[in-house]
Design a protein around this ligand. Structure first.
Ligand code: MN
Length: 202
């Protein structure tokens, strides 16, 4: 069993044990994902509101929690805390997680779409997986809300290390936009976080 498979099965086990209310692997539809690989940003109203930024890499969703959410302004550096890999099907999950389980809270699909790795096509060893390993990931997003280049950059060493999510300065950069505050509806259902919470507690 590979390292990845082992991590995957431990993840499944943990989720089963915690009966989290999140969908198990494979439950979520990927029919919406006409472009591959894809990314998803899930707004997660838990004890601390954050945006889970996830990208499809080698069959899993590599994930970072971004407390302030993504910016379209290249001068804004947003803290991005690495979190555990999620199964691809989780990209379709929107709903309420029971308070006492798996962090709890309300999850909304804030944005999603295809992405293109901005890797060096002439360099076989330059993959998104190796970029994550090396602490500098560059991708081009084609989402409903976000588009253009984004970089995830690891700074510092050891305990001091942290990741930042930054908009690349390209034609899609726009310092006047602030989609986190002005575009709050789900790209899957059009619902706000409050509407998801109300619908599911009714
Ligand atoms: Mn989360």
């Amino acid at each position: 069993m590979s390292e990845k498979e082992r991590e995957g099965s431990e993840y499944e086990e943990k989720r089963t044990l915690e009966t989290s209310g999140e969908p198990a692997e494979g439950e979520g539809s990927l029919d919406w994902a006409t472009e591959r690989p894809f990314f998803v940003i899930q707004k997660h109203d838990a004890s601390n509101l954050h945006y889970d930024f996830r990208i499809e890499v080698d069959g899993v969703l590599k994930s970072w929690a971004v407390p302030k959410g993504p910016s379209t302004d290249p001068s804004e550096k947003r803290l991005a805390i690495p979190t555990e890999d999620h199964p691809l099907g989780y990209a379709d999950f929107e709903g309420v997680i029971p308070e006492d389980e798996y962090g709890g809270g309300v999850v909304q699909i804030w944005d999603r779409g295809g992405y293109r790795p901005l890797t060096d096509a002439d360099d076989q060893s330059d993959t998104i997986a190796s970029q994550i390993e090396n602490g500098k990931v560059t991708i081009w997003l084609e989402g409903a809300k976000l588009s253009g280049g984004y970089a995830l950059i690891r700074t510092g060493n050891g305990d001091e290390s942290r990741w930042l999510l930054v908009k690349t300065d390209d034609e899609k950069a726009d310092a006047r936009r602030n989609p986190v505050s002005t575009e709050q509806e789900s790209v899957k259902t059009g619902r706000t976080i409050e509407e998801i919470r109300e619908a599911e507690s009714a």
